[in-house]
Design a protein around this ligand. Structure first.
Ligand SMILES: Cc1ncc(C[n+]2csc(CCOP(=O)(O)OP(=O)(O)O)c2C)c(N)n1
Ligand SMILES: CC(=O)[C@@H](O)[C@H](O)COP(=O)(O)O
Ligand SMILES: [Mg+2]
Length: 646
């Protein structure tokens, strides 16, 4: 591909496309060229923004084919997870902003209804697309929005319970609906599980042209040139012990496997199913994650997510780290604990690298379980492990733990089973935005009877909390920590168990106390520095526990200060609310304590850097300083008393 003067690839066909309707004017040959140019444009864009690369590259041809054949936005194309939607964004009127992906005020890295009519359903979490598409299909049948519904779902996402719940329902309802199973034999890590093996079996026994699973009238949905091969394959199937495919048994017409990078197969196939289908159809497309960009194809994660990079070499420009990440500290601390306690086991739901459990697995492969994208199962599986006498650490991102909440309540908490929840990505995470914010876990974990809930204020504390969780055998326990680097604090040789329900005073002062839960502590200390320059020296304490609360510490702080401020990286209803409840129960407010809670605002905060997001949330050091001045009734420079801006 040639380049224009701006060092971007020349894209003569893509330049003619503003909206998907423009694809209708292209010949099939031009569509092939469009796919090449779209791939180059995607690579170029992600090289300057960073983001999810491999999944998008794997669906370039599918994106072109779907937009060439279907009529978005009337037809609803629903991308599962949404991390593969950058090529779709380029073809749907957002090319001019594609180099703002995941930046503050820029395009979202996922599909988002408020961003475009071509994103009929927002995503970020996996395995929702078939349910949503079925909802659109049934709405259409009932006189709602017209148009077809097409779900594009990966092999990883297909392993989740939700996807099967939707297939089960769709097969039963029997209405026209399209599911494209984009099978690239990858999740973020290589996929695990029996379903993955099954999908591989479906296409490992013959060339793509021999469409094998063609029962129940699906041959009629194929373009004529493919029908003969399909009939032959059907004959071949008869001689095998394989019955219909799983999908056929569930009520879908299964067509596949097709080469998801071959527009000569995809275009006629999609045109034919669009013209003829009357019920649910599943097209099994085989693709390669990272397709067409060697550094991505060759990477272990097939270029799943990348920092900015040099297109020619693939070299990523990662910022130099000054401290270990919280994730790696967790992984090392857990591995250390496990080396001395062979009942410790670890569970991840398709995020071995993201949670650091890949390191644990290297050392203890038999004691580490990647259960696939299946958070609900991960929680109950951990409960079963605990009931069976093991010490499970269930390591999930805060945002994905949401999906397993009933299991936390019903299977873990009510049975008082000692499952250890390692809650990574707590608080605001940055470029992934609102769908991935770890905003709610404090509230939804700490309201459960018998649950212990901790938050690490730095990486040394995290090591202690891993040790605390390992030692805590009498019921469930959770500890949360954020994405990214620690503070650089000196690490203890080994974590030591903390006393359950005891916080610590970090700095003693007067008049006002700030009680921090989690890693805002460093911002609190920065605010304290600034306040000291003005003659105000707050007491600062690290709560460590949201449950059980350190009643002694909190009541002492309340008694010894005019004002108390709590701060946490979570939504309202969490730590601060529990402290308020305690103060109210103890009648502390009757004696005039001024009390403030600093929590995430009651809104979904859009993607930006974590620092910018915390500024937007009013939780930076400057905001803390202002809140202290405000609660003490001290005017800031340039402001009148009472907090009014001059
Ligand atoms: C509920 C949930 N759990 C975990 C994730 C993290 N995640 C994002 S993409 C992905 C892998 C998806 O694999 P697949 O569906 O096969 O798509 P591919 O990336 O291979 O195109 C995972 C585990 C998520 N987004 N949602
Ligand atoms: C799409 C998705 O859900 C993941 O790829 C997520 O973006 C990973 O986030 P981290 O970069 O924090 O691991
Ligand atoms: Mg995949």
């Amino acid at each position: 591909m040639t380049k224009d003067q701006s060092d971007r690839p020349a894209t003569p066909v893509l330049d003619r496309i503003n909206l998907p309707s423009d694809l209708k004017d292209l010949t099939d040959r031009e569509l092939c060229q469009l796919a090449d140019e779209l791939r180059a444009e995607t690579i170029s864009a992600v090289s300057v923004t960073g983001g999810h690369l491999g999944a998008g590259l794997g669906v370039v041809e599918l994106t072109v084919a779907l937009h060439a054949v279907f009529d978005a936005p009337r037809d609803k194309i629903i991308w599962d997870v949404g991390h593969q939607c950058y090529p779709h964004k380029i073809l749907t009127g957002r090319r001019d902003r594609i180099r703002t992906l995941r930046m503050e005020q820029g395009l979202s890295g996922f599909t988002k209804r408020s961003e475009s009519a071509y994103d009929p359903f927002g995503a970020g979490h996996s395995s929702t697309s078939i349910s949503a598409a079925l909802g659109f299909a049934m709405a259409r049948e009932l006189g709602g929005d017209p148009g077809d519904a097409v779900a594009v779902i990966g092999d990883g996402a297909m392993s989740a319970g939700m996807a099967f719940e939707a297939l089960n329902n769709a097969g039963d309802l029997g209405k026209r609906l399209f599911v494209i199973l984009n099978d690239n034999e990858m999740s973020i890590a290589p996929p695990t599980g029996a379903l993955s093996r099954y999908l591989t079996r479906l296409y490992s026994e013959g060339p793509f042209q021999e469409l094998k699973a063609v029962a129940k009238g699906a041959v009629g949905l194929l373009p004529p040139p493919l029908q003969e091969g399909a009939r032959r394959a059907k004959e071949m199937l008869k001689g095998m012990t394989v019955g219909g495919t799983l999908f056929e048994e569930l009520g879908f017409s299964y067509i596949g496997p097709v080469d998801g990078h071959d527009l000569d197969q995809l275009l006629p196939l999609l045109r034919t199913v669009k013209a003829r289908a009357t019920g649910p159809v599943l097209i099994h497309a085989v693709t390669r994650k990272g397709k067409g960009y060697a550094p991505a194809e060759q990477a272990a994660d097939r270029g799943h997510a990348t920092a900015k990079f040099d297109v020619a070499t693939g070299t990523q420009s990662k910022a130099k780290s000054n401290a270990p990440s919280y994730t790696s500290v967790f992984a090392r601390a857990l591995t250390d604990q496990a080396s001395r306690d062979d009942r410790i086991v670890a569970v991840t739901a398709a995020m071995p690298d993201g949670t650091g459990l890949n390191l644990f697995a290297e050392r203890f492969p038999r004691r580490c379980f990647d259960v696939g994208i299946a958070e609900q199962h991960a929680v109950t599986f951990s409960a079963g492990l605990a009931a069976g006498g093991m010490k499970p650490f269930c390591a999930l991102y805060s945002t994905f733990l949401q999906r397993g909440y009933d299991q936390v309540v019903h299977d873990v908490a009510i049975q008082r089973l000692p499952v250890r929840f390692a809650i990574d990505r707590a608080g605001l995470v940055g470029a992934d935005g609102a769908t991935h914010a770890g905003a709610y876990d404090i509230a939804f974990m700490a309201n459960l009877p018998g649950m212990v809930v901790m938050a690490a204020s730095d990486e040394a504390e995290l090591a202690h909390m891993v040790a605390t969780a390992a030692a805590h055998d009498s019921g469930p326990i959770a500890f949360r920590y954020p994405r990214g680097e620690g503070t650089g604090i000196e690490m203890p040789e080994r974590g030591e168990p903390l006393e359950i329900g005891k916080g610590r005073v970090i700095a003693r002062g007067a008049r006002v106390a700030v009680l921090s839960f989690g890693t805002r502590l460093s911002e609190v200390m920065r605010a304290r520095e600034a306040l000291m320059a003005r003659g105000i020296s707050p007491t600062v304490a690290d709560a460590r526990f949201a449950k059980p609360l350190d009643r002694g510490l909190i009541l002492t702080l309340a008694r010894e200060h005019e004002a108390l401020i709590t701060i946490e990286e979570g939504a309202v209803g969490g730590f601060g609310s529990l402290v308020a409840q305690l103060l109210s129960d103890e009648g502390v407010f009757d004696h005039g304590l001024r009390f403030r809670q600093m929590v995430l605002p009651d809104t979904f905060i859009d993607h930006a850097s974590p620092e910018a997001m915390y500024r937007a949330a009013g939780m930076s050091a400057t905001d803390i300083e202002a809140r202290v001045l405000d609660v003490l009734g001290v005017a800031r420079i340039g402001e009148k008393l009472g907090g009014q801006r001059a």
